[in-house]
Design a binder for this molecule. Sequence first.
Ligand code: FAD
Length: 324
Amino acid sequence: MNATASQHSAKRRFSASAPFDSFDPVETHQAQVPSRTSLSFEVMPPRHDADEAKIDELLATLRSYNPDYISVTSSRNSGWLEGTARFIEKIDARTRIPTLAHLACTAGTRGELIGWINRLMDSGVRGFLALRGDYAEGQTGMPAGYLPHATDLISLIRTLENDQRARFGAGRLAIGVAAYPSGHEESASKDEDIDVLLTKQRLGADFAITQLFFDAEDYLRFAERARLAGVRIPLIPGIMPMTSLARLRRMGQLSGLNVPARLLSRLEAAGPEGEYQTGLDLTAELARTILAAGAGGMHVYTFNRPDTTTELLDRIGIAPPPTG
Ligand code: FAD
């Protein structure tokens, strides 16, 4: 990606929660301003034949941006890791873009996950997003034999990697995790979210991708608190195109987030004809604000929509790099 982040203008702060290691706010602050920003995309395994037909167009569009990686979700609807693995094989066959497999504890027992991690590593996957997965309606804990938390999955992946060290001469595994600028709905407080993120880092997470958020301030404040608490891994903002009022409400419900009234009223005022364009304008404004503040990159939730992804990136000012 060609964009360069502008200087972070946040005030320097010292915090009682700063770690005892060589914490230097100036150094930390500078490390946050990247020389190149990252660009990555999230895609979902196609579920129907109609989706399959659109895959070529989707991959051609995403490839044209020369992204750093594409992450592939995992869900019950797409056959958990079966769908993820099949889609990764397809991406590998058609592009040279590195892939990141989402791996959720809810996808299977510990033993089943070991089988999947090995199968994915055998097929060349070198990056995982280690997640717990969402509980089903009414569920309050994991069944016997399942890993309870993403932290357990990170440890499992690092153990398997360690057992097979000789295989990783040309690159170790990269492990990403989820982070929550507006708080995880099950967490007692935002402090708990930061503590969990620190634990993920300590267990071997290399980077975190955030859940969607609606306010730039939520991300920026979260990133600042995390740094002050000792989080050093990149916190990559997840950007969801807010193209429809109905989807925005649904995504807010699914993730336990309140959609700010300000956004709802802008989209309502635009009406059914204008909500798509207005939503893209609002999303681009959000992305530009956090990039200008030194976010270091972004992960775009594409929902497998190449047209929407292009329109959003155009508005942010990101064009495919020239070829040849
Ligand atoms: P955890 O880190 O386990 O956290 C869940 C809750 O438990 C939090 O309240 C946390 O504070 C608490 N907690 C965490 N660790 C501990 C611990 N060791 N001890 C006690 N409490 C703890 N879901 C899917 O099913 N498939 C996907 O492909 C998918 N992709 C995603 C991509 C991104 C970028 C994000 C942000 C989320 C994604 N999700 C996906 C959703 C995710 O699975 C849910 O948000 C889920 O509710 C929590 O996952 P987690 O990995 O954060 O869980």
